[in-house]
Design a protein around this ligand. Structure first.
Ligand code: PEP
Length: 241
């Protein structure tokens, strides 16, 4: 039997914010109170130093926190890196792996695979990002490119989330047609099965969220720019619930 997938609205704050942003969940809860959010999972992925403080504020408001990256190993001489185990210890439930901004600076499918394995080892749920470039889309190769990324980046684990993020839609205000999103999510669904949530990411805003979130096999969104203002994040989350 197919289980009903609870939508996931995930905020990727990227390299934004300061320690005062640990209080943002209070603003978010004021805009979209906990009692109205039963059928939805809300997640904020801040820069690393904010994680523990954000977790303390977000936890009681039923808002989860996650990280934007992790290392594949448990510990070692890896200056500047953070293990999945430490992220879990700091309060994270999720970790984004393979975001296109990281793939662009050299992260390979194998790296993404190994990070997803590490997340699973630490009891974190990896959000594995995939997506094509504009050139690949225009050449008609989008579905093939994403299938190849899925084959190489998704390990044999039970619990994970896929985020389909066309690179050309991230931070540009451009989005694919709803038919293109539907075709891609259908192709991903065939590969990952019925129990895995597939998020759409790339210029999701309050004005387009309802339409995107109504597309079959879209089980939530990964949101960059529009997640920095709690009113707009709340508006997108309301569209999903
Ligand atoms: C992202 O970077 O994951 C993203 C979806 O960004 P934006 O919403 O700003 O396009």
């Amino acid at each position: 039997m197919t289980k009903k997938l609870i939508p996931l609205i995930a905020a990727n704050w990227k390299m934004h914010g300061d320690m005062s942003w640990a209080q943002k969940p209070v603003e978010l809860d004021a805009a979209f109170p906990i009692a109205e959010r039963e059928h939805l999972e809300l997640l904020i992925c801040p820069p690393f130093p904010l994680l523990p403080a954000l977790h303390v504020v977000a936890g009681p408001l039923n808002i989860r926190v996650g990280a934007q990256n992790c290392h594949s190993e448990i510990k070692g001489a890896h200056t500047g890196e953070v293990s999945a185990e430490l992220l879990a210890d700091a309060g994270a439930d999720y970790v984004i792996v393979g975001h296109s901004e990281r793939r662009a600076s050299g992260e390979t499918d194998q790296n993404v695979h190994d990070k997803a394995v590490a997340a699973n080892r630490a009891d974190l749920i990896p959000i594995i990002c995939v997506g094509e470039s504009l050139e690949q889309r225009e050449a008609g190769d989008a579905i093939k490119v994403v299938a190849d990324q899925l084959n190489k980046s998704v390990p044999d684990i039970e619990d994970y989330v896929i985020a389909y993020e066309p690179i050309w839609a991230i931070g540009t205000g451009k989005i694919p047609t709803m038919d293109d999103i539907s075709d891609m999510h259908h192709a991903i669904r065939k590969r990952v099965g019925q129990d895995i949530r597939i998020l759409y990411g790339g210029s999701v805003k309050p004005g387009n969220a309802s339409e995107i979130l109504a597309v079959p096999n879209v089980n939530g969104a990964l949101i960059g720019g529009a997640s920095l203002e709690m009113d707009s994040l709340a508006a997108i989350a309301k569209a999903a619930s």
